[in-house]
Design a protein around this ligand. Structure first.
Ligand code: TXA
Ligand code: MG
Length: 317
């Protein structure tokens, strides 16, 4: 059983495994990550193999602090301002590689930019400090599956493929980090996530662009339309539930469900709903459920990222 409790000994062992080129799954404040030494091409290749992920999807490099980030990317201007405001936290910055960047081209899929972030979760930070290498980590699920928010979710998808899964309990946000590209004065959200556009705009001091709307060619290559699909079909903005359907509800007065039901937030709180989203999709995605009907979710604040994930889930695989 690769799931282990957190202790000084298991954290040291996890850091040693990472430095030895092995895969270690660990909790972050967003979702669980499937980590490998980002400077070791063979280790990074093992991530793609374990996930069954298309090669053209570049990965996020995780580092312990801003100083460590500066060893790998050029962090200046508006990007530095955003890093100061939101690191450690659920912000990923896409930035130019610097000289002696050291990060494997398999992480960046050959791009001349690196997606980098400093996670806030104490276990992730402790592990990154001990490992003392940048850690490439996509969400720790099989490609196309729902992102994992507990160690059990990780084990379900990847048990036989990882050296260790560090159990940090359920993750706080339950949604991936927001991916932001800064080019000169322009700030563009490539993937909506746990940090809202409003929060980023407040620090950037100007409106941010969005490069993820349906129909547009994705700038963030990982934004494949079907990235978050469960096995069952997904139907959005449901006001009633049909036979054979499960209900993913939101708010105090959901439609009457005959089959399985999961309420993302009974009190209609979008933060709570985001944290429950992937766990809810997993729980309802059971044999016998042909379709998951989803209640309307307002598109304000975190609702934007929740609806982005749900639209992808609804578009099927
Ligand atoms: O919350 C998260 O971000 C989680 C946890 C584990 O940290 N990680 C995660 O990684 O979601 P991943 O690999 O599943 O998503 C990486 C995203 C993708 O949308 C990818 O296309 C984008 O970042 N990305 C990575 N490198 C990029 C680059 N150089 N340019 C543009 N987009 C990039
Ligand atoms: Mg993912």
């Amino acid at each position: 059983m690769p799931i282990v409790e957190i202790s000084d000994r298991t954290l040291d062992e996890a850091a040693r495994l990472l430095r030895a080129g092995q895969l270690v799954a660990f909790p972050t404040e967003t979702v669980y990550g499937l980590g490998a030494d980002a400077t070791n091409g063979a280790a990074v290749a093992a991530i793609y193999a374990a996930k069954g992920r298309p090669q053209f999807n570049p990965l996020i490099a995780h580092v312990a602090d801003t100083e460590a980030a500066k060893r790998h990317v050029e962090l200046t201007g508006k990007a530095a301002k955003l890093a100061k405001a939101f690191w450690p936290g659920p912000l990923t910055l896409v930035l130019p590689r610097c000289a002696d960047c050291g990060i494997s081209e398999l992480v960046t899929a050959g791009l001349d930019t690196v997606a980098i972030r400093v996670p806030r979760h104490p276990i992730a930070r402790d592990l990154l400090r001990r490992a003392n290498v940048p850690v490439a980590a996509p969400s720790a699920n099989l490609s196309g599956h729902v992102s994992p928010t507990t160690a059990m979710h990780v084990a379900h998808d990847l048990r036989a493929k990882v050296a260790m899964i560090l159990d940090g309990g359920p993750t706080e946000h339950g949604l991936e980090s927001t991916v932001v590209e800064v080019e000169g004065r322009s700030v563009m959200i490539l993937r909506p996530g746990a940090l809202t556009a409003e929060q980023i705009e407040a620090v950037a001091g100007a409106p941010v662009g969005r490069a993820y709307d349906a129909g547009e060619r994705p700038r963030s290559p990982g934004q494949l339309v079907s990235h978050y699909a469960p096995h069952a079909a997904v139907r959005l903005d449901a006001t009633a539930v049909a036979a054979g359907e499960a209900l993913l509800a939101f708010g105090p007065t959901p439609p009457v469900a005959v089959g399985p039901m999961f309420n993302l937030s009974r009190r209609g709180d979008l933060v709570e709903a985001a944290a429950n989203l992937f766990a809810g999709l997993r729980e309802l995605d059971k044999p016998g459920v042909t379709c998951i009907a989803v209640s309307h979710i307002p598109n304000a604040g975190l609702g934007e990222a929740i609806n982005d994930r749900l639209k992808r889930a609804a578009s099927g695989r």
